[in-house]
Design a protein around this ligand. Structure first.
Ligand SMILES: [Zn+2]
Length: 502
């Protein structure tokens, strides 16, 4: 069996004065988290323990009982009578933050040490522990009761006393057959919500190898992620090779523009203030905005990818491996922009993977080598070019490809997504994968063909470009195929092929 977790978000309806209580409750929760983070800092060794053992130790250090009348760092300095379950939720939250902080710090120390042993200058600032806490209170069992479809009782700190309050719940109901986790009381703007994690159990999907080798009708959704306009191009195919659907998920230009604007602003601010305060993040608001935008887009794109895969009954999702970041040259904002775009790709992959898994779809990746340069039909190297330019050479990021070997012409991102799908299938059908030899003659053919194409490209330039016509947001093409997939056209036929309405 496999497990899938998601969060059910519900709006709360309550008397007007409860909002202030929820806020007071959250303040106390954060004070408690901050307090325990301090206790952990003073006793770093607790981080070597499991959460359960650490909890016991931390309670012993802080919680006054008859058998423990004088704890070293009493929690009662923060507040009296904090309920046990409120305290434990805060301890676990603090442990989570501390583990993450110390792991980042450890990595920083290693990098520093490495630089110093190499005699290099090390200027990277160390991570700082959280200065302010803004966590949402988690309600462990004992802090809530009598949960029904439309109401729940919760125990909150009102600012002066602990009180049980009844609130109404609206919005999506908890689905049947799931296991509920501890809900959280979440502030969104001026209103309070209840977020409940739920866990669903389902039959584990079969391994990819089994799916691919035992059923030729298994559907695979292959995804090409990009840094330019089409953030993702997805194609669904069967193992035996029928291409069922393609979709283009757009919006890259908008995201890049937005990010560039914000990075430019940060660069200008940095120039204005020559002193960067040690240990303080400059332009924190702008950085947060950029992060939030990227994260939001990654969620939208990944959700769309999984929705598309599900809609076409794909049971496997495949990406190319993201590899390492190749930093771009150029201005500060340009470099930063390409770096963040790379991170965003990683996040889209990560989010798509878990969202797909929740739908019983397994995710895999393939070798990224030349996915954009290879012809999806015959595996020769393709020419990649701009609309209206000669179909020759390789222009990075250009929208069109043309294969001089087999005459395949089409959208470059779609071609890449097809290649990605093929690589996954090829992994399990190694003997079938063969690369046609590329004779020297081909080079001459390519050159002469380049001329033919450039003339044709001019003559068709007045038509709406197949680029813009087909690349609408979330535009789908049922069984759209490139020009005559399956046909191997001699070079002289290319001109005719180009007039086909693809
Ligand atoms: Zn080809």
């Amino acid at each position: 069996m496999a497990k899938a977790t998601t969060t059910i978000r519900q709006v709360l309806n309550y008397q007007a004065d409860y909002a202030a209580w929820f806020a007071a409750n959250q303040d106390l929760y954060n004070q408690t988290c901050s307090f325990y983070f301090g206790v952990i800092q003073a006793h770093e060794k607790v981080l070597d323990l499991s959460n359960k053992e650490a909890l016991t130790v931390l309670e012993k250090l802080t919680h006054t009982t008859q058998s423990n009348p004088h704890p070293i760092m009493p929690l009662s300095e923060i507040a009296e009578d904090i309920p046990a379950m409120f305290r434990r939720a805060a301890i676990n939250a603090a442990l989570g933050s501390a583990r993450s902080f110390y792991s980042t710090l450890g990595k920083w120390r290693k990098r520093k040490e490495k630089a110093q042993t190499k005699g290099k200058k090390f200027t990277e600032r160390p991570p700082v522990p959280p200065r302010s806490w803004n966590k949402s209170a988690t309600l462990y069992a004992g802090q809530w009761k009598e949960r029904a479809g439309s109401s729940i009782m919760i125990k909150v700190w009102t600012g002066s006393v602990w009180s049980w309050v009844k609130v109404r719940i609206t919005g999506r109901e908890i689905p049947a057959g799931v296991e509920m986790g501890s809900p959280q009381l979440i502030r969104k703007g001026n209103h309070w919500w209840l977020h409940t994690p739920v866990e669903k159990q389902f039959k584990s999907p079969a391994k990819i190898e089994k799916q691919v080798t035992t059923n030729a009708q298994t559907k695979i959704c292959s995804v090409d992620l990009n840094l330019d306009q089409h953030l993702a191009v997805c194609t669904v195919r069967t193992v035996e090779g029928s291409i069922l659907a393609t979709t283009f998920i757009s919006g890259g230009r908008w995201v890049n523009g937005l990010r560039k604007k914000q990075l430019g602003r940060i660069a200008r601010n940095r120039r204005k203030t020559s002193i960067i305060v040690e240990g303080e993040q400059d332009n924190a608001d702008l950085w947060r905005k950029i992060r939030n935008t990227d994260d939001h887009i990654a969620h939208l794109v990944s959700a769309r990818i999984v929705q598309f895969a599900k809609q076409h009954e794909a049971s496997i999702l495949v990406f190319e491996h993201l590899g390492n970041l190749k930093p771009a040259k150029g201005t500060y904002s340009k470099r930063g922009n390409s770096k963040r775009a790379f991170w965003m790709k990683g996040r889209i992959f990560k989010y798509a993977k878990y969202k797909a898994y929740n739908e019983g779809i397994i995710t895999s990746w393939v070798n990224p080598r030349n996915t954009s340069r290879e012809c999806a039909r015959c595996h020769s190297l393709v020419a990649r070019y701009e609309e209206g330019k000669p179909a020759e050479g390789y222009t990075y990021g250009a929208p069109l490809v043309w294969c001089h070997q087999c005459g395949m012409k089409g959208n470059s991102d779609r071609n890449a997504s097809l290649v990605i799908g093929q690589r996954l299938v090829a992994r399990y059908q190694k003997p079938l994968k063969e690369k046609p030899p590329t004779p020297l003659v081909a080079e001459r053919a390519e050159q002469s063909a380049g001329v033919v194409i450039s003339q044709v490209a001019k003559s068709v330039g007045t038509r709406p470009s197949n680029g813009s016509a087909r690349h609408g947001d979330h535009n789908e093409h049922g069984t759209a195929q490139e020009t005559g997939t399956g046909m191997v056209a001699p070079v002289s036929d290319i001109a005719c092929q180009l007039r086909l309405p693809f």
